[in-house]
Design a protein around this ligand. Structure first.
Ligand code: NCD
Ligand code: ZN
Length: 391
């Protein structure tokens, strides 16, 4: 049998690990993965120092449309995603008009048609009565347990009600875990939202998840104790590149202001363990704000991350000794399974969408090379190993 297209090279599958293989593709779907040559009029051989991954999925981004198009929109945000090797993004609902109704979800679906990658949308939880109606259009729900950009916080009683209804829809829910009761008056952002506030909120979310049987994910775990808490309850969780790479000693100033804040060096080191075991989802929490906003007297929290996703994965492989199979789990497989979306493997029946990373050479990250509309990256000036390959 002839295939429309065959890709030949070193593939990384999260289940079967690394092998040299021929991938036979028909109609955009992988039909065969074989150690032996497959026939096709269109065979692409990819160099041996390259890894072919299932296309990356980022389960936590803020593409800002509608309402904050001066920071980002679906076109620029999706170009930033492609620049980083990310082919599917899950977009958050915290906008000037919170995305808590079917009308607002539909509007976002229409606006996202201009995107160059697959965009799926979270529903926020406002009116409890609308949760069920939103299930059809939403990839999942987002619950904030603290105020952040957009002010979408739910109190405990409503969060429990919401979780029971969400559980009945079968859709998953991502929790932003910071307990406001443990915030302090400190001038320093990292002390104003201390590690205990994350741990307390995670313990409460774990309790809600257990009680309501909802399929819960803990967003951006940033502390060693927070990771211990998600592990104790065996919960799906996200870890961000910025919490792995930076810490409160190495990176200061308003550009690095983010929720949850950057933590200690020891916290970053502890998070690597979840990455190495392939337990988490690598999520950027891509939260672009303009440079002018970030340098203002009252800087907002959040930093962009999509453009540098693939470079960061190369750093995990090279500098943190993360295995390619574990990298495939945290960059696509876990998110595809958790959110029941396509992708995550290079195997029969999966979409023929790939991200190719080259391990030779290096890449210096520059603000000027970013596709995000905000035009900057926290990694400006950083040298990462290897290159993202665009065919
Ligand atoms: C996010 C943003 O700017 O939308 N900021 C952040 O620091 N992570 C909001 C959020 O998800 O908390
Ligand atoms: Zn976020």
């Amino acid at each position: 049998m002839d295939y429309d297209r065959v890709i030949h090279g070193r593939i990384v599958d999260p289940v079967t690990s690394v092998q040299e293989a021929y991938v036979g593709i028909n109609g955009g779907i992988i039909r065969k993965v074989s150690g032996k040559e497959l026939r096709s009029p269109d065979i692409t051989t990819i160099l041996q120092d390259h890894y072919i991954f299932p296309a990356f999925i980022d389960p936590h981004v803020h593409l800002r449309e509608p309402g904050w198009e001066h920071k980002e929109d679906f076109l620029t945000g999706s170009e930033a995603a492609l620049n980083g090797g990310v082919h599917t993004v899950l977009d958050m609902p915290n906008l000037p008009e919170p995305v808590t109704t079917p009308e607002r979800l539909l509007r976002k679906v229409a606006l996202a048609r201009k995107a160059k990658v697959d965009v799926r949308h979270f529903a926020g939880v406002g009116n409890i009565d609308l949760i069920r109606e939103n299930a059809r259009l939403a990839v999942g729900y987002k619950i904030y347990t603290a105020k952040s950009t957009g002010g979408m916080m739910l109190d405990r009683e409503n969060a429990e009600k919401a979780c029971r209804i969400i559980a009945a829809t079968g859709k998953p829910v991502t929790f932003h875990c910071e307990d406001e009761a443990l915030f302090t008056q400190s001038e320093f952002h990292g002390d104003a939202r201390p590690p205990e506030s994350e741990v307390s909120a995670i313990v409460k979310a774990a309790d809600l998840i257990r009680k309501t049987h909802v399929n819960g994910n803990i967003a951006h775990v940033s502390t060693k104790e927070g990771l211990a808490a998600v592990r104790e309850s065996n919960l799906m969780h996200e870890i961000t590149p910025h919490h792995l790479y930076f810490n409160r000693e190495s990176a200061a100033g308003p550009l690095f202001k983010v929720n949850p804040p950057l933590r200690s060096r020891a916290d970053s080191a502890a998070l690597v363990d979840s990455v190495r075991r392939g337990e988490c989802m690598l999520a950027t929490d891509h939260a672009p704000h303009t440079m002018a906003e970030k340098l203002s007297s009252d800087p907002p929290s959040g930093m962009p991350g999509l453009d540098t996703y693939g470079n960061f994965v190369l750093w995990l492989l090279r500098a943190k000794y993360v295995s390619p199979a574990a990298a495939a789990k945290i960059t696509s497989y876990n998110a595809a399974r958790f959110f029941s979306i396509a992708g995550g493997r290079i195997a029969e029946g999966f979409p023929a969408k790939f991200t190719i990373l080259g391990t030779e050479g290096e890449t210096v990250i520059r603000n000027g090379d970013m596709k995000t509309k905000c035009g900057w990256t926290p990694f400006d000036g950083v040298t990462f190993p290897g290159k993202i390959i665009r065919l």
